[in-house]
Design a binder for this molecule. Structure first.
Ligand SMILES: [Zn+2]
Ligand SMILES: [Zn+2]
Length: 136
């Protein structure tokens, strides 16, 4: 069994890695709000070559609020958003923490785009907050 395993809601897409996350955080940008259906999206970034994905993923691109080109990957069957990449983090792939089989295995360390956060979406006050993208 790999160290971290996860998948989409219907089970058609699965991923696993033995790598440790490069970073983990919450993102309150408007794209993450719309994609998650909630106030933020919570993710962990891994080195992309270390993540093994099985099943078909539909990717699409957009211009992120940071100015970077962002790519998101969804299961075409159930629509779950699983993966994200950005030109601001080459070589990394972000995995939604909620898609892990055990999301408690990784603790978010910071908040991205806190300036766009909704008043009803209050995160752990102990976490460092960045109004936009933190410096990488
Ligand atoms: Zn699915
Ligand atoms: Zn975001």
């Amino acid at each position: 069994m790999a160290k971290y395993e996860g998948g989409c809601a219907c089970g058609a897409v699965r991923f696993e890695t033995d790598a440790e996350p490069m970073m983990a955080g919450h993102c309150q940008c408007r794209h993450c709000q719309r994609l998650s259906g909630a106030g933020h999206l919570t993710f962990a970034a891994f080195p992309e070559p270390a993540v093994k994905i099985t099943g078909k993923i539909k990717y699409w691109d957009y211009k992120a609020d940071s100015g970077n080109t962002a790519t998101r990957g969804h299961c075409p069957t159930c629509g779950s958003m699983l993966l994200g990449k950005t030109s601001g983090m080459p070589g990394g792939i972000a995995v939604n923490l909620t898609s892990l089989d055990d999301p408690s295995k990784v603790a978010p360390q910071m908040v991205f785009f806190s300036a766009m956060g909704q008043i009803w979406d209050q995160l752990d006050p102990a976490l460092p907050k960045f109004p936009g993208m933190p410096p990488m």
